[in-house]
Write a new protein. Structure first.
Length: 352
């Protein structure tokens, strides 16, 4: 079995080395021109973001010759070339191992988490995070168990990190909804239309609200209906509070009404919901902590018994010792452990 694992690891390492040499030495025809065009498009987009908006006055952005930071620009350009080489390497690996049906879903999750990576680059990073510890710990240090465990943790740890970034971005977006509603309402009371008020908020608000509203405005300027752009925004952020705002705006555009007054009422409703959620979290904090302590108690007791009498506790990890199979008890205990924690968390999870 060890021989097969060793052959597989050597094959993976050889493929990674071949892909590295291939991505560094091989260049597609016209790649230099395409790289310059991409750099031009990036600079154009940055200039468009910094340029004065229509009907608004902003400070003038200094050009490269006016700023005089030519050395910094040279360093940034060289770093950009190095980063492009790394991305090229990741893209070459990811294009081979990325499932075609999963690329769109992966790209959507990365966009929701605000991670500037392509789907094939992300898959390549997951592959390297899983295969790297196996190669280092298994082949070089001859510790296969630690290598496999570290590889599994590295592979699935990337998904946990993406989920954490996604929840963090949604929380930051939800924290800005109240200020956004106030600014939209005040802007329309001052005589702005909805699009003009959204443009003002996109310039005044911090990310991620400003980024999402700018994307809505750009999609609308390119011909997409405002209703469809708002629905797409709602799908990206996955916020219950913003879902309420989107629903109200869509209904108002169909039946009419005073949108500024409606947004004020929506803001009051969201403020009341947040207050109720805070009260629920305060009153259920003790039950949640009790559930966590009860769930961690078997692991703590098992660890203490292992320190006191290792031979006694290791009998649970034997595959067979007479009629007794210890791992049956371990697996059954873990199953009931997760069931109990799930039930406790569902009981104290009250939706508002």
């Amino acid at each position: 079995m060890i021989e097969f694992i060793f052959v597989g690891v050597i094959f993976v390492a050889a493929m990674m080395f071949f892909m590295l040499v291939f991505s560094v030495l091989w260049k597609k025809p016209g790649e230099d021109v395409r790289a310059r065009m991409e750099q031009y498009l990036v600079e154009s987009e940055m200039a468009a973001r910094a340029a004065p908006n229509q009907g608004m006055e902003d400070e003038e952005v200094p050009t490269r010759s006016e700023s005089g930071d030519e050395d910094d620009d040279y360093l940034k350009e060289s770093r950009g070339q190095e980063a492009s080489g790394v991305k090229k390497f990741l893209a070459n690996i990811g294009s081979i191992i990325t499932p075609k049906g999963a690329a769109a879903r992966i790209a959507e999750n990365l966009a929701k988490a605000s991670i500037p990576l392509k789907a094939n680059e992300f898959v390549a990073i997951k592959f390297l995070a899983g295969a790297g510890p196996v190669v280092i710990l298994g082949v070089l240090l001859q510790n296969w168990y630690a290598g496999v465990i570290a590889g599994v943790c590295g592979y699935f740890g990337i998904d946990l990190w993406v989920g954490f970034k996604k929840r963090q971005r949604v929380q930051a977006f939800n924290d800005q909804i109240m200020d956004t509603l106030i600014m939209l309402s005040n802007g329309m009371k001052a005589g702005y239309s909805l699009l003009q008020a959204m443009e003002m908020v996109s310039r005044e608000s911090p990310p991620p609200m400003s980024i999402e509203l700018k994307r809505v405005l750009k999609e609308n300027s390119l011909g997409l209906n405002l209703e469809d752009a708002l629905r797409a925004l709602n799908q990206r952020v996955e916020s219950e509070d913003w879902d309420l705002v989107t629903t109200v705006v869509l209904i108002q555009r169909q039946v009419g009404g005073n949108l500024a007054e409606i947004l004020d009422k929506i803001g009051a409703t969201i403020r009341q919901r947040n207050r109720i959620k805070g009260d629920i979290q305060t009153k259920t904090a003790q039950a949640k902590m009790s559930g966590l302590l009860v769930g961690a108690l078997p692991f703590g007791i098992g660890f203490m018994i292992f320190l006191i009498n290792p031979e006694f506790i290791m009998r649970f990890f034997t595959f067979r010792k007479g009629p007794f199979r210890g791992w049956f008890v371990v697996v059954g205990g873990l199953v009931w452990e997760f069931i109990g924690m799930y039930l406790i968390m569902k009981i104290v999870d009250i939706e508002v």
